[in-house]
Design a protein around this ligand. Structure first.
Ligand code: FES
Length: 105
């Protein structure tokens, strides 16, 4: 069964895609040509971090890039998260910026 994913960006843009069974959030977005940030695609770098506003996901691989308190706060790694229900997610680089202090600034 597929699940509807609604993406929300900080600038007010939104997009909707359908995720097929066993497809991750990033895979569904890429298939539908919706650009989300990602890097390693293995759950390690956290570049793909999104905030789950509604719905449930299950992890294909351990989300090593997130600390337990970040997961509890609703952050998810979109590259390894498979939707288990319709989901609404806040996406974009702003979400990642909330998690880490940029050492280059
Ligand atoms: S792209 Fe690296 S954790 Fe998702």
């Amino acid at each position: 069964m597929s699940h509807a994913l609604t993406f929300e960006w900080a600038d007010g843009r939104t997009a909707r895609v359908d995720a097929r069974p066993d497809e991750t959030v990033v895979e569904a977005a890429e298939r539908e040509s919706v650009a989300l940030p990602f890097g390693c695609l293995t759950g390690a770098c956290a570049t793909c971090t999104a905030r789950l506003l509604d719905g449930h996901v299950a992890y294909r691989r351990p989300p090593r890039g997130l600390k337990p308190d970040q997961r509890e706060a609703g952050y998810v790694l979109a590259c390894v998260a498979e939707p288990r229900s319709d989901c609404r997610l806040r996406v974009g680089v702003d979400v990642h910026r909330e998690l880490v202090d940029n050492p280059w600034k």
